[in-house]
Design a protein around this ligand. Structure first.
Ligand code: G6P
Length: 614
């Protein structure tokens, strides 16, 4: 989703801003733009529909000097992707340029008021309304830009992260946020802005995270000053980033997605490290220790998430119910936030999010907290909004995930949920010691078993060629494999644009089986578990209707090999850990089919990595 970069310092701003935009490309966008103040204090804006390279092409013969600037990648919300709708937007007098991530909900009312006063608009965006409104407030109150921004933001309804520069004022950037992320990088004599730390990390690891309704005055050669929109000055802690630059590079892989799939043996080791003791006899999650009573006495667990994280949540439901014997509900954050749900004070709400910035998840957390529930975050991005707005939590520690289709973050989320379920079950006494120890032991074998699956990559690539023609796909699973069927289908949809549906296998006969013919590929997760025989019967039902079966099976399972048209073997493991293995071939299958179709795997159309608008 929209990306923001800013720079003020002693270097040329343009190359830093362009590089920053490239680092933010992974978030998903459809146009890009830049505003610079040159050495004559003139303000210029350049923008282009398409990729950052199109923007570079469009400024080829322009004067792009200057040591201050702001830049943006846009993911369309109001108005189609076009040059006119791309950011930055000028104010009417072209003296102010503004970039924005978020949605100004009362833009229509403000626009009508401004039009009545003679303001003309060049775009159909809510963002242009905001910059015009700021200019209007500035002239109405005869005040400086900073005060105008403060006054304007008080009247704005919606979400924003913004950065603003002004002609004739080459020494300041003004930045503000509400519900959309914004980070300030603190260098030596230079400052950076980013929607996240990825455009900043190359220059400094010292950052300030702005909080909601805070506005920063970033002046050349002065420490940034931060105020609330009601003008109360705030002292902010400078945080040290843990990310490193190599995490942001592709490391020899053709796509970030493939790199991230292959990183999983390592990322899961990192996720478990320090949490499972060296003897392999105990799990300690620091986020749970201080609040163990909350978990032990929980009336219910409610899991809220979106997208792939929601699928991890479904696996969490199976884990918590099996081991902790507590009722669990898994909710789409976007539904939960608007549905007036019943929330008890002794409910524990677990919010799962890779980015930690998903707008719907943040809003759902707010509702849960207002109702007095204890909220626990399971997030990947350190210092992001969800960890800062929850009572406690665990990081997934899988490193920066760039591919829009989530892979390593998903397996790390499932690993954290498994460790949580076991740690809580141990405290509650709902798991016996033998079982507890055997699961911890097997959890530690998972990285090596994933390596074995990754060694079948060439076979999966070959298989993908057979199915690249397909218009539709069905994925089936039962028990712990059902969420994996949903996740497998989502992976394929996201990056290959093939229509795919995930179903609990036994539901087929209530409708979807009507879709089966000799052209329909059906991916059946048929690993050996307590309902294996029933899964085999479901596969037989598909076979009888001539569906083309790709079965995910355990090594050496000869029976199912005969039924299936194709099969991919995975090592066997405990039933509750099976999702961590059976998802891997599905990630690879989706990846190869998308590559065969020449899709933009890391940046699929219309999708965003970090969904910061509702
Ligand atoms: C977007 C991403 C998905 C992700 C979902 C939830 O749709 O493309 O990969 O699963 O948002 O994001 P979160 O950061 O909250 O896990």
């Amino acid at each position: 989703m929209c990306g923001i970069v800013g720079y003020i310092g002693f270097r040329e701003a343009y190359p830093i801003l362009i590089k920053g935009l490239r680092r933010l490309e992974y978030r998903g966008y459809d146009s890009a733009g830049i505003a610079l103040i040159d050495n004559n204090e003139e303000l210029s804006v350049y923008k282009a529909k398409g990729r950052v390279s199109d923007l570079e092409e469009s400024v080829k013969d322009k004067d792009i000097n200057g040591t201050i600037g702001i830049a943006h990648t846009r993911w369309a919300t109001h108005g189609e992707p076009s040059n006119a709708n791309a950011h930055p937007h000028y104010s009417q007098s072209e003296t102010i340029a503004l970039i924005h991530n978020g949605i100004i909900e009362n833009h229509a009312v403000l626009k009508t008021q401004l039009e009545e006063k003679g303001y003309k608009f060049q775009s159909s965006t809510d963002t242009e309304v905001l910059v015009q409104f700021i200019e209007y407030i500035k002239s109405l109150n005869n005040c400086d830009l900073f005060s105008a921004v403060q006054i304007a933001l008080k009247q704005v309804v919606g979400a924003y992260a913004i950065a603003i520069i002004e002609k004739g004022n080459p020494d300041q950037i003004i930045a503000a946020r509400k519900s959309s992320p914004l980070v300030i990088g603190i260098g030596e004599g230079e400052f950076f802005l980013g929607s996240d730390a990825s455009p900043i990390i190359e220059y400094t690891n010292r950052v300030i995270y702005l909080n909601d309704e805070e506005i920063a005055l970033i002046k050349r050669n002065e420490e940034p000053k931060i105020f609330t929109i009601s003008n109360v000055e705030i002292t902010h802690e400078i945080k040290e980033l843990e990310m490193n630059l190599s995490e942001l590079e592709r490391g020899g892989f053709p796509h970030y997605m493939l790199k991230e799939i292959f990183e999983q043996p390592e990322t899961l080791k990192n996720c478990m490290s320090g949490r499972i003791n060296v003897e392999g006899t105990h799990i300690t999650l620091s986020g749970i220790i201080d609040f163990k009573e909350k978990f032990i006495n929980a009336r219910r667990i409610i899991i809220i998430a979106c997208g792939t994280s929601w699928h991890a949540g479904l696996i969490g439901e199976y884990l918590f119910e099996e081991f902790c014997r507590v009722p669990v509900e898994v909710e789409y954050a976007s539904e939960f936030r608007y549905r007036n749900p019943v929330i008890y004070k002794d409910d524990v709400v677990i919010a799962i999010s890779q980015s930690g910035e998903t707008a719907d998840s943040l809003a759902a957390i707010e509702s849960a907290r207002k109702a007095g529930a204890f909220v626990y975050g399971v997030c990947n991005v350190i210092g992001s909004s969800i960890p800062r707005n929850t009572d406690s939590g665990s990081y997934t520690h899988c490193g920066h995930e760039i591919g829009v289709a989530s892979t390593k973050a998903f397996t790390a989320q499932v690993t954290v949920l498994t460790m949580m379920a076991l740690a809580i079950a141990k405290e509650k006494g709902t798991v016996n010691n033998e079982r507890y120890l055997s699961i911890i032991k097997e959890l530690q074998n998972i990285p090596a078993k994933i390596k074995t699956i990754l060694s079948h990559n060439d076979k999966i690539k070959e298989l993908s060629l057979i199915f690249t023609y397909a218009q539709n796909f069905i994925y089936l699973g039962r028990g712990y494999s059902y969420p994996i069927a949903l996740e497998g289908a989502l992976k394929l949809k996201e990056i290959s644009y093939i229509h795919a549906e995930g179903y609990p296998s036994a539901e087929m006969k209530h409708g979807p089986i009507a879709l089966i013919d000799n052209e329909m590929p059906v991916v059946a997760i048929a690993t050996n578990n307590t309902i294996y025989e029933k899964v085999v019967s479901n596969v037989q039902e598909i076979k009888a209707r001539k569906g083309r079966i790709i079965a995910i099976i355990n090594e050496g399972d000869e029976g199912i090999k005969e039924l299936a048209d194709h099969y991919i073997e995975v090592p066997s493991t405990l039933e509750c850990l099976d999702p961590l293995l059976s998802c891997i071939p599905l990630q690879l299958l989706a990846y190869h089919i998308a590559v065969n179709k020449n899709r933009d795997v890391d940046m699929p159309r219309n999708l965003a990595k970090s969904v910061t608008v509702e």
